[in-house]
Design a protein around this ligand. Sequence first.
Ligand code: ASP
Ligand code: MG
Length: 407
Amino acid sequence: MSLVVQKFGGTSVATAEQIHRAARRAIREKLAGRRVVTVVSAMGDTTDRLIRLAREICDAPPRRELDMLVTTGEQVSIALMAMAIHAAGHEAISLTAAQVGLVTDSAHTKARIHSISAERINRELDAGRIVIVAGFQGIDPAGEITALGRGASDTTAVALAAVLDAEVCEIYTDVDGVYTADPRLVPEAHKIDRISYDEMLELASLGAVVVHSRGIEFGTKYQVPIHVRSSMTDSKGTMIVPETPGMEDIVVRGVTLRRDLARILINNVPNRPGLAFEIFDRIAQHHIVVDDIIQNVVNGGSEVDIDFTVELDDASETKAVCEKLASEMNVGTVVADDQVSKVSIVGVGMRSHTGVAARMFRALAAAGVNIENISTSEIVISVIVRREDGEKALRALHSAFELDKGP
Ligand code: ASP
Ligand code: MG
């Protein structure tokens, strides 16, 4: 008998009515003869609310207690979901991560899944029940309750789908799929029917967070098809699937804008071994994520300029860290530019098409957008632009790669 995992995000179970709606979906699959496992998030903005509450009590709540607190949100929704299914005359059982045996490491607030036992779930399914599992939570080997990180109910769902060998993992959410660009910024954007895991991972890391990255990674690893769709309609959403040869026909699958970045420049660093290490090691010690690193040789080779981007929120700390280091080593000057954004094009088609970068840069030139930095990987080309040019650049690229024409 085929098995489906259905995941309902917070916005899809925000009210009693929506919980009934989600319950009806699960029941419908069951009546169609499938085994059904649902994963639910906390209702609406419950998790945010709980975190705010914790901060009202103290500035730095112990992480263990934070996990104890936030995981209650999911426990509420699984119980209500089970009640809704019962109310409709069907059998269901809610299970916490501990009851399932979803074991993680002990990194509170960002735990990683180690193993999942299928035994209890299979037993309940065999008894004809719809099984409802709490998303976002786990239990560590010592029996402590852990949380998997913000937005990680997706990860619970895809990991369960992998372990249970589900036909598909459906992610029900408040958008009807993954779009060629953020429709709020590009009105011509359209829904993508099929996208490869690699493309989705890149889009997610570049800001199009429709599905949690770690969930997509599980999908890739265990080849679980993921169907992102709206909980409000029955229309098909976006299938995230293994790459097929035909996918390369389309050069660019989607374009993204990461608006709030800052660029840090360290000028006149002596050109000798170990300095780049010193700089980035110090930044890493402060747990700051850096991206788009470039180094240019200046002064006839005796010095280099190093620059990179960070999240805007990290800009002042990064600048301070670099200034301290520069004065300790008696090298260079540090400049922070907090007015930059990053615009990217993503597509597996780039592997087999030529002239993609030229086409991108021509479109930006025609739109009058200056490029401040360029970085590339196998299926992504990104440029750093002034923040005021970000949306214009995004729209120019969306039309240059004919994404407004529809599938
Ligand atoms: N409720 C958790 C959060 O808001 C997990 C999730 O929704 O995926 O982060
Ligand atoms: Mg959520």
